[in-house]
Each structure stands twice: as structure tokens, then as C-alpha cells.
Ligand binder design. Structure first.
Ligand SMILES: Nc1ncnc2c1ncn2[C@@H]1O[C@H](COP(=O)(O)OP(=O)(O)O)[C@@H](O)[C@H]1O
Ligand SMILES: [Mg+2]
Length: 321
């Protein structure tokens, strides 16, 4: 064994992060929207910021996108500091902002062509790439349509296609499916999952725990500008919740009283306005105990723990208010 070579080999095997933030801070006057957060994103990773409205997700994304300057801390994107290398960074990113900002005066395909020209790409290359991306976004048959005529889900897919025109090294997605109906969300998740499979580095924000569970390899839970926890969806659930949750409803005025009586059942109990959540590795067994005490919930349901339970545990609040 060659001891001296080993450390060197290990260090070359760990790829340099494509994004690195230390004590990253953003203040608007004396209000702190991002309060000193640390994270790194590895190449090819699908990384998420999960948190409720006002957590500071969009503010963080705008700093990563080199369109908003940080107040304090360190930030590098692809090894570059956005304070000094904004244009260089922006040319290597694809950005899907929270609000679609498509050009409504242009038709679907022309939105891609015009955007490609901003990057100074050759026309032939832009045209080929636009057609590929329209196929990918399942909009090929809408290429000549006005943007106004598209559904919300189609507009979102067009914004994603547009963000990919420069073959970016990192794709930033700020709340990719907020406001879409369930079917449109599933179509979008499928497209994003394909990008992930191809090795595109994705950084996304969401307040939907199911979106984070579906798409993120790793995520940070953010609240009030701070990181509350970090890990893969499965490890967060393992670290901060039980395997299962028993949800019981006793009727609007009776949940608090029932909560008193079932104290000691399960590992932990959360009292919500409309139901009790009993955390346990075996929800059915806890339900049997409750029934044996002579309590009869109107409805009961055993489910697996989710990132929503993690957030509730960390903050005492729900992700979606
Ligand atoms: N331009 C701004 N000026 C002042 N306050 C802002 C500005 N942008 C965002 N904020 C505030 O910063 C906080 C975080 O906002 P934001 O980053 O948009 O959160 P999120 O995207 O997680 O919902 C909110 O309280 C918001 O009102
Ligand atoms: Mg936001």
C-alpha cells in the first residue's frame, strides 16, 4: 500500500462543488431575508430548498443567479464570485424564475430563438436546439402558437425549455410547479426527472414536500432565512420523524381533550386544529391502544412520515398555511 498517494487520490475523487455558500446573508434595509446560510451543491446533484412562503428561497436563488448582490458572507458559482463575474456566471446558468417572464408578443418557438440570440449563439445552432427543446418540453405541436394561448403548465415547460437553450451547467428552478393543477405538475416532474437522469445539476425551491421528495437528492429545510436541517429526503425523515404517523380526528371541539387522554401513546403527538398526529413506528398498534382506552375517533389513517412531518417537528408549523 502506498500511503503517501492515498490522500491525494481521495482529494481528486471528490468533485469541486458547483455552488458554495458560507454565511450567505441578504438584508433588505434592516430586515434579514437570508440569515447566514451554508450549503454546497455537487455537480450532477439535484439540490432543493424546501420552506414556506417568506423563508428566503427566492432571495437565495437570485443571489445564486447573480442578479441580486449578497449583503454578507461568501458565495461562489462554478468557482466564480458573482460580485465580480456576474455575466460569466449568468451565461452558464439556466434560470426558471418563480413568475414566468415569457415574451407574450412572440410565438412559442420565437421565444426560444430570441433568448438564444441573447447568448450570442449561432442562428443554425439555436434553431436546431429550439426544435429539440420543443420536443423535450412536449410543445412541438404548439411551436407557432401565441404564448397567451398556452395553459399554465405549458408556459412553465416553455420557460424551462428557454432556460436550457444555452446548454447550462446548472438549472435553477424557483417553485417550478406552484399554481399548477395536479396533472400539469406530474408532467413537469416527469420532464425534470429526465433532466436529472441525464445528469443536469438542478437547484430548485419548493414549498411542496412531495415535490422535494420526488426530485431532490438532497435538500435544506429553510425557515425565516435560516437552514433548519439538511440531508436526503429519506435521512431527514429518519432523523426527525418516526416511520409512520397515525392521524385521528375526534371532531372539531374534541381533539384537544382527546390529546390529553392519549398522552404517552406513540413517540410524540402533534395537535392540529382538525386532527391529532401520533408519531410511531407502528401506527396500527397505537390505534388499537386508543380504541382499548374507549376512545373512538371519527376517522383514522396510518401513513408513512413525510417531509411535512419533518418541517412540523422543526418549526411547529405547517409548510403550507
Ligand atoms: N425586494 C425586497 N424588498 C424587501 N423585502 C423583500 C424583498 N424581496 C423579498 N423580501 C422579503 O424577504 C423575505 C423572503 O422573501 P423571499 O425570498 O421571496 O421568500 P420565499 O421565496 O421563500 O417565499 C420575505 O419576508 C419578503 O417579504
Ligand atoms: Mg419565492
Amino acid at each position: 500500500m502506498v500511503a503517501h498517494g492515498k490522500a491525494g487520490l481521495c482529494s481528486t475523487l471528490v468533485p469541486a462543488p458547483v455552488i458554495s455558500a458560507q454565511s450567505l446573508t441578504k438584508k433588505y434595509d434592516d430586515f434579514t431575508a437570508v440569515a447566514g446560510i451554508d450549503f454546497e451543491v455537487a455537480p450532477g446533484e439535484s439540490f432543493g430548498l424546501l420552506g414556506p412562503n417568506g423563508a428566503g428561497k427566492s432571495t437565495t436563488m437570485r443571489m445564486i443567479g447573480a442578479v441580486s448582490t449578497r449583503t454578507d458572507g461568501e458565495l461562489t458559482i462554478l468557482g466564480l464570485d458573482p460580485n465580480t463575474h456576474g455575466p460569466d456566471i449568468r451565461s452558464q446558468l439556466g434560470v426558471v424564475p418563480q413568475q414566468d417572464n415569457l415574451d407574450l408578443d412572440l410565438r412559442v418557438r420565437d421565444n426560444l430563438l430570441v433568448y438564444g440570440r441573447y447568448f450570442g449563439l449561432p442562428r443554425k445552432q439555436i434553431a436546431e436546439r429550439a426544435d429539440e427543446l420543443l420536443e423535450f418540453a412536449q410543445l412541438a405541436d404548439r411551436r407557432g402558437a401565441k404564448v397567451d394561448e398556452l395553459s399554465g403548465g405549458m408556459k412553465r415547460r416553455l420557460t424551462i425549455a428557454r432556460a436550457l437553450i444555452n446548454d447550462p451547467r446548472i438549472l435553477l428552478l424557483d417553485e417550478p410547479t406552484t399554481g399548477l393543477d395536479p396533472q400539469a405538475r406530474h408532467i413537469l416532474w416527469d420532464r425534470l426527472f429526465r433532466l436529472k437522469e441525464r445528469g443536469t445539476t438542478l437547484v430548485l425551491t419548493t414549498h411542496y414536500m412531495d415535490e422535494a421528495e420526488q426530485l431532490c437528492d438532497r435538500l435544506v429545510v429553510v425557515d425565516k432565512g435560516q437552514i433548519m436541517a439538511e440531508g436526503s429526503p429519506a435521512s431527514l425523515i429518519r432523523d426527525y420523524s418516526s416511520r409512520e404517523v397515525l392521524e385521528v380526528r375526534f371532531g372539531s371541539d374534541k381533539n384537544a381533550e382527546a390529546a390529553e387522554r392519549v398522552q404517552g401513546i406513540g413517540e410524540r403527538i402533534e395537535v392540529l386544529p382538525d386532527r391529532l398526529l401520533i408519531y410511531s413506528d407502528n401506527g396500527e398498534a397505537e390505534l388499537v391502544k386508543i380504541t382499548e382506552m374507549g376512545l373512538h375517533p371519527i376517522t383514522s389513517l396510518v401513513r408513512r412520515s413525510s417531509l411535512e412531518d419533518v418541517f412540523l417537528r422543526l418549526t411547529g408549523r405547517s409548510l403550507v398555511e
